[in-house]
Design a binder for this molecule. Structure first.
Ligand code: ADP
Length: 160
């Protein structure tokens, strides 16, 4: 049976940290679905459509990676698509505490889910979408931390 894993997140915007996890996962699983979660647009820099479009462009060269929107509870998406594997990245103990709670809640809501964690690579572990936005908003150079596409989209946003 095909091993399909979903990688849910906000990806506001996608960073090299996310991309690192996606690439490593694409070598382990038959298919990786990056699930871009809907959020209150007042709280995100990029709209859901923009975030999906950015991820699609940045993973287009990895054949077994797909991108989809998550506009409901993760457990409902998993149930509907008959998927039981969830992937998350771990940067630090702070991520771990939050992830443990999510894992427990999800497992209670839908039996049989497995969450697989990939530990961040040392050279990208410190990268977060909020750090990227902070640097970009203050005129800093984010080119080492995000794909070119994201760099372009951030400067377009900031010009407005
Ligand atoms: P969420 O709002 O769900 O935390 P994020 O887009 O911030 O969405 O993160 C999505 C996933 O990617 C989470 O599992 C997060 O821990 C992981 N992640 C974020 N940044 C990195 C990074 N630099 N290295 C590895 N994993 C990361």
């Amino acid at each position: 049976m095909k091993k399909v894993v979903v990688y849910p997140g906000t990806f506001d915007p996608l960073t090299n940290g996310h991309l690192e996890i996606i690439k490593r996962a694409s070598k382990i699983f038959d298919e990786v679905i990056v699930l871009v979660a809907k959020r209150d647009e007042k709280n995100t820099l990029f709209s859901l459509e923009e975030r999906v479009d950015i991820v699609k462009r940045c993973v287009s060269d990895i054949t077994n990676v797909k991108v989809d929107k998550l506009e409901k509870l993760l457990v409902d998406y998993l149930r509907e698509h008959k998927i039981n594997l969830v992937l998350r990245g771990l940067r630090s103990y702070k991520d771990f505490e939050y992830e443990r709670e999510m894992f427990e809640a999800n497992t209670i809501m839908l039996k049989g889910i497995e969450t697989i964690f990939i530990i961040a690579a040392p050279h990208t572990a410190f990268i977060s979408s909020s750090l990227i936005k902070e640097i970009a908003f203050n005129g800093g150079d984010v080119s080492q931390f995000v794909p070119k596409e994201v760099q372009k989209r951030l400067s377009e946003k900031l010009r407005r």
